[in-house]
Design a binder for this molecule. Sequence first.
Ligand SMILES: *Cc1c(COP(=O)(O)O)cnc(C)c1O
Length: 396
Amino acid sequence: MSSDQPDKPRRPRGQATAVVQGGRDPFAHHGFVNTPVYRGSTVLFKSLDSFERRDQRYVYGRRGTPTSEALEAAIAQLEGGARAWLAPSGAAAIATALLTFTRAGDHMLVADTVYQPTRKICDGPLTRFGVESTYYDPTIGAGIAGLMRPNTTLVYAESPGSLTFEVQDIPAIAAAAHAGGALLAMDNTWASPLYFKPFQHGVDISIQAGTKYVVGHADAMLGAITVAEPLAHKLVAEAGGLGICAGTEEMFLGLRGVRTLDVRLERHWRSGVEVARWLEQRPEVARVLYPALPSHPQHELWKRDFLGACGLFSVVLKPCAKTALAAMIEGLELFGIGASWGGYESLVLPFEAARARSATVWQPEGPTVRLHIGLEDVDDLKADLDAGFARLAAAG
Ligand SMILES: *Cc1c(COP(=O)(O)O)cnc(C)c1O
């Protein structure tokens, strides 16, 4: 049966199928299931004429290989965008996107709760290059129209926000940005390309720290920028021109990670909800900041726009001594202390967000801790945290 019969539209396929199939072409590689790692700088041409016209599919390692194309195709398809470009890290993807889509004299609106290194890129190199940033309350929604200036060319969102997990009204922000002639860029790392479809909600440029759930095993750094069709040519020309490319091994690990993204995220989500609900009942906890919980201030927005939640959220504890918190955290056996997240293992990280906010005030009731809920047995995670709370009480 041919799938191109106009009266018989092909049934749309689901996400689990897309993660398995995306970017794969076994018979272009002698039938091997996985796209091989092409290690290459030089690509040979058959004639001088051919070299002068660069008339072949691959011209130089930095400009693309079958391996990079496979991962870019998979990510672009899952995000719902037209074209992706890989970067050596999530931070590099953010910097590259901002350099590509702004110019001197431009004004940007940036969510106050962005990943902190993003704020440093805006306040550092972009400011030096004559691009001004104003930070906005991530819950502003359509009100962002009031902050648009004639030279506002880019609105930058991250939903939910880093550390404090405010969910943004992306469709409302997209409408206001577009009405003012600006593009909307978004860091989509928390939801991964599976649980938020940026291009269905008006985003023009989506950024993924592939280091997190795409790679999924805490063993590689990777980033991706995905854009809508009108921006594809510029992305490829500028990001390629800046020399941005990912390492071959890292691309392979990204491709390997993609294939299990659907099943991994489902477990991170289920365990995340279970641990978060359990934490909410604890007397030591003031609040749990997790969009998937009905108690979250933007839970309804999350339900409206997201297809799921990952295993990352924060907990505001009731006031306690720093030594008591240290006793709790340092004794945990299953939660490692460390930056990043998205691997298979659980992590814990105390944080201070107040000084990283300029448009909003962050005044938690007590110490704040970010948790990444990994793929361990959820009862073991709860038991580990339970023992931690006992240490907290004993030390307090
Ligand atoms: C980790 C992270 C990044 C940066 O990714 P790296 O690969 O570590 O550079 C960007 N955005 C968010 C939301 C992140 O959590």
